[in-house]
Write a new protein. Structure first.
Length: 267
């Protein structure tokens, strides 16, 4: 069954080695991928994964423009890519940047409060959400047992405050605190991706979360370069799900949320 991988970090060749090393250190994970676009495409060549939603997160406001230029450029070079722009709560001229990336064909916004060092529902971040609500979906890193910046309670606050904002809470709404996220995510109107989930729990628990939240709300993602997209796909396909549940999670939900034309693979 064909798939869209909705959660992939890609880096400019000049900084890829340093960036990947930094991510590995932050999460204490051994990184076995370079994090460049060509590697991502090569890994999935002739595989069921036919499209990727890529992002690059700006750790400081001054990097927003250049990283968005990079993502836009990669999407122009590779038909397999759709891009998410980065923003930063402390940036200036957010309105202009949002208009610019929309005009360039960007499909959404990706934020990572923990690495960008802001509380997910701080005042400046909430101003950004207000600007994109009803215009661009938000994929936001959610959860970390070490920090409170992206706690599921903060993500829930965002969802409740902006009912017109399409939110995809990454990592089942709470990386490393998956169970703790359930009261905040279960009955809220949002999507969640399943990136950086399967490497951290047995298959039966992953399946339990999928059944709990429902296939209508979940989106496949690998979190490349942390994990190999093909191995993540294989782990997902080994779960005891119906073809319809698999189709929703693997491509239907992502296609709708990010506005990706996947019609040539639908059959």
């Amino acid at each position: 069954m064909f798939a869209i991988d909705c959660h992939d970090h890609v880096y400019n060749r000049r900084i890829a080695k340093h960036a990947v090393s930094g991510v590995g250190d932050f999460y204490n994970v051994e990184m076995n991928c370079t994090g460049i676009a060509d590697e991502l495409i090569g890994i999935a060549e002739n595989s069921p994964i036919k499209h990727f939603v890529i992002n690059a997160v700006a750790l400081t406001p001054k990097h927003v423009n250049s990283l968005n230029n990079f993502i836009i450029s990669e999407c122009e070079k590779h038909k397999e890519f759709s891009g998410l722009a980065t923003l930063h709560p402390d940036m200036e001229n957010a309105d202009e940047e949002i208009e610019r990336v929309i005009a360039a064909g960007i499909k959404g916004i990706k934020l990572h409060p923990d690495t960008q060092n802001f509380n997910a529902d701080c005042e400046n971040a909430m101003k950004l959400y207000e600007k994109i609500a009803g215009r661009l979906p938000l994929l936001i890193h959610s959860g970390d047992y070490r920090y409170n910046m992206s706690h599921p309670e903060r993500i829930a606050h965002i969802i409740d405050t902006f009912p017109n904002l399409t939110v995809v809470a990454a990592h089942l709404g709470g990386w490393s605190i998956y169970d703790e996220a359930v009261p905040y995510m279960l009955d809220r109107k949002c999507f969640m991706d399943i990136s950086s989930v399967m490497p951290f729990m047995p298959p039966e628990k992953v399946l339990g979360f999928i059944k709990l939240y429902g296939a209508d709300r979940l989106i496949f993602g690998s979190d490349f370069p942390m994990w190999n997209p093909i191995k993540e796909y294989e782990s997902f396909m080994a779960l005891e799900l119906s073809d319809e549940e698999r189709a929703k999670i693997l491509w239907k939900n992502a296609s709708n949320v990010f506005g990706i034309d996947f019609s040539e693979y639908e059959s």
